[in-house]
Design a protein around this ligand. Sequence first.
Ligand SMILES: [Zn+2]
Length: 317
Amino acid sequence: MEDYPRTQAEFEARFVTEAACWAYLTRVRWPEGFRCPVCGGAKAWPVRAVLWQCAGCGRQTSVTAGTIFQDTRTPLTIWFRAMWCVTSSKTGTSALALKQVLGLGSYQTAWTWLHKLRRAMIRPGRDRLAGRVEVDETFVGGGAAQGRSTATKALVVVAAEEVGRGIGRIRMRRIPDGKAKTLQAFIDDVIEPGSEVHTDGWDGYERVKTRYHHRVSFLRGHPAVATELLPRVHRVVALLKRWLLGTHQGAVSHAHLDYYLDEFTFRFNRRTSRHRGKLFFRLVQQAVAIEPVPYRRLVQPGARPRRRRHNRLGSPE
Ligand SMILES: [Zn+2]
């Protein structure tokens, strides 16, 4: 099923009611019909519009159980507008813009939504890159200093498939250092073994040859040459930096850079989609396929939950 609105007008006409949104979520979540998450049974009857009861084990399952929409008190029509807003513009949207478009009460609400949606952009178990792949690391950001978090730059490693003279799919990740262990873990995660991996002569890439064909182009430390010899990675990095500065005005803290990298990757890998509606469809598809994230974990990713502190996204408020 690849059923999605083609235009703004189609979107507006279609998702006017909660029932329409529920029906759409149901079809995206269970394209081949209901599946019980407990017993795998396919027979069920609706208890309410949003709730199904398994005929086999009796368990009741909501369409939104286990998804980012679980426990939401916001009407789905608003969620749908948020997802359309995020996917229909080529560059994405900032929390401030989303707040204005949807008429949300607070910047924080808009920000939380954006981050929930960004989480949905990381597809669980997505395919690995293959063929010939350029890999290089770069420093990103600086961004706005917030409280005590120092505004140093973050190290990001980028992989880009070579497709003729152009770029295929990409992957990127924020990394703590450029050591072999770190870089190799990224490469193993995102690139199919046996592919050709193209890097510079940095020691951190010394283990690449154990699982890949390793092409080394030049010695470390000549940035002008790097741009020329690993042109795809560096074109991606330039676009990433422009996007962070443009759409987000550089107001991206280190702690949240991962989410932005995921959103950028999501957009980049679908840049040739003829219909923006297709991105909307993918986002809905991935949104119903992941676990919900409490706000606390969005605020302090990977850290012990604490009360709000300095690490929020650079808020103009
Ligand atoms: Zn069941």
